[in-house]
Design a protein around this ligand. Structure first.
Ligand code: NDP
Ligand code: 2IT
Length: 451
């Protein structure tokens, strides 16, 4: 057998593509992981013989259902929703729900697959799942969102449970949506349990869950710098997105001494050359979380900033990149530009924000590059802590949860660092995250036998 596994990799991928026609995002996520894990499993024949990789790339089950709801004018709408229960070898299924018009089976399978390895990296007992709908919450009234959420949960409730599958938020699903969903679950089942995470603080939510993904992504980045005797201090930082993950990544990056010069949404990006201060960030938080406005409104308010319609921030020279919007938002060419402009670290708040060609460019340049499944695991980790608090019927303090989050991110960093270490001075965190996430799940699957 070839040690590099290039033949085995292409024949493995061929089968994945044939079995899942047209699911390009899913193919991409599996390919990125397989570039590490096919060679790795060739060196560990017990995984090959038991066909662990083949089993890991096939979801346990996918539930697909119709969601019908009525808008404020009485018009009836039909959406489609999914729950992809990918793998529960190390704990109940866990993962977010996404509401966005681009949601389809391929997107949710890529997210569910990544979630399996991410959740394993947290060290907590959580399997991987993802769900969502092609419903577009933009421009909908609160009542319309409520009716959609209630209609969706009417079906979803029979597939989830605190020991079965525990959904949470993702793009388009924040505190408002979780509350409507949880409220409907409680009404239908007459049970107040930890069946969802990201809940409001007065009904079982955890402090720091809102901040956790963004904070965790910056903690991971700081850990990578610290290994080299460096830190985020005085680094120029480009962030994409202006949603939940981006806002709290910016907040923590500023707190650690970084100068954050960009944020974005799907219409364009803003450039604030001297860096956002807390007042300006507060304006963005209010704009996005309360008014559900557009990022261009920031440049109307603050003349120091420029707005670039229809563009992404990746040609702005910087030391650190925190992509926090969506998948494939950094192309291979944009990765090349970032490397050319001297980027030192990329820590992915979003899931799979870098195209595979871009991943290869970051690896070739040997910069500090943290893939999403490691860098954004803080969100689901604090979801896991929310589940623990619900089970104990206790609430931990802000400081206690934040300390646990910091420790979890440091542990994830160290696991990835050691599993990906290639020399005294360089660790391939992509390889590290894939191997460290895989081994725990694979060993559980081996232990269960042929199932
Ligand atoms: P939000 O819905 O709060 O914010 C999403 C942000 O990304 C918005 O600024 C949105 O702009 C932008 N965006 C969404 N889709 C696109 C697109 N197709 N092109 C360009 N910009 C886009 O979501 P989150 O902040 O929760 O999620 C952001 C990323 O982080 C996602 O990849 C998600 O999977 C990942 N993630 C989230 C976690 C969480 O706890 N929430 C945990 C781990 C990862 P606009 O308003 O114009 O749509
Ligand atoms: O991608 C993710 O990790 C999330 N959207 C969070 C999942 C969760 O269960 O908190």
């Amino acid at each position: 057998m070839l040690k590099s596994g290039s033949f085995e990799l292409s024949s493995f991928m061929e089968k994945v593509i044939t079995r899942n026609p047209g699911e390009t995002e899913f193919h991409q996520a599996v390919r990125e992981v397989s570039e590490t894990l096919v060679p790795y499993t060739l060196e560990h024949p017990e995984y090959c013989e038991a066909k662990i990789l083949e089993r890991l790339t096939e979801p346990d089950r996918v539930v697909i259902f119709r969601v019908v709801w009525e808008d404020d004018t009485g018009e009836v709408h039909v959406n489609r929703a999914w729950r992809v229960q990918f793998n529960n070898s190390i704990g109940p299924y866990k993962g977010g729900l996404r509401f966005h018009p681009t949601v389809n089976l391929s997107v949710l399978k890529f997210l569910g697959f990544e979630q399996v390895l991410k959740n394993s990296l947290t060290g907590l007992p959580m399997g991987g799942a993802k769900g969502g709908s092609n419903f577009n919450p933009k421009g909908k009234s609160d009542r319309e969102v409520m009716r959609f959420c209630q209609a969706m949960m009417t079906e979803l409730q029979q597939h989830i449970g605190e020991d079965t599958d525990v959904p949470a938020g993702d793009i388009g699903v924040g505190g408002r949506e979780i509350s409507y969903l949880f409220g409907q679950y409680k009404r239908m089942r007459n049970r107040f349990t930890g069946v969802m995470t990201g809940k409001g603080l007065s009904y079982g939510g955890s402090l720091i869950r809102t901040e956790a993904t963004g904070y965790g992504c910056v903690y991971f980045c700081e850990n990578m710098f610290n290994r080299l005797g460096d830190s985020m201090r005085d680094k120029t930082v480009c962030v994409s997105g202006s949603g939940n993950v981006a806002i709290y990544a910016v907040e923590k990056a500023i707190e650690l001494g970084g100068k954050v010069v960009t944020m974005s949404d799907s219409s364009g990006f803003i450039h604030e050359p001297d860096g956002f201060d807390y007042e300006q960030l507060k304006f963005i938080k209010n704009l996005k979380e309360v008014h559900r406005g557009r990022i261009s409104e920031y440049a109307d308010k603050f003349p120091t900033a420029s707005y670039y319609a229809g563009e992404r921030p990746w040609h702005v020279p910087c030391d650190v990149v925190l992509p926090c919007a969506t998948q494939n938002e950094i192309t291979g060419d944009e990765a090349k530009t970032l490397v050319h402009n001297g980027v030192k670290a990329v820590s992915e708040g979003a899931n799979m924000p870098t195209e595979l060609d871009g991943v290869h460019r970051f690896l070739e340049a040997k910069i500090l590059y943290a893939p999403g499944k490691a860098a954004n695991a803080g969100g689901v980790a604090v979801s896991g802590l929310e589940q623990s608090q619900n089970a104990l019927r206790l609430s931990w303090s802000r400081l206690e949860v934040d300390e646990r989050l910091k420790k979890i991110m440091k542990d994830i960093h160290d696991k990835c660092y050691w599993a990906g270490r290639e020399s005294e001075t360089y660790s391939n965190y992509v390889k590290g995250a894939n191997i460290a996430g895989f081994v725990k799940v694979a060993d559980a699957m081996l232990a269960y036998g042929i199932v």
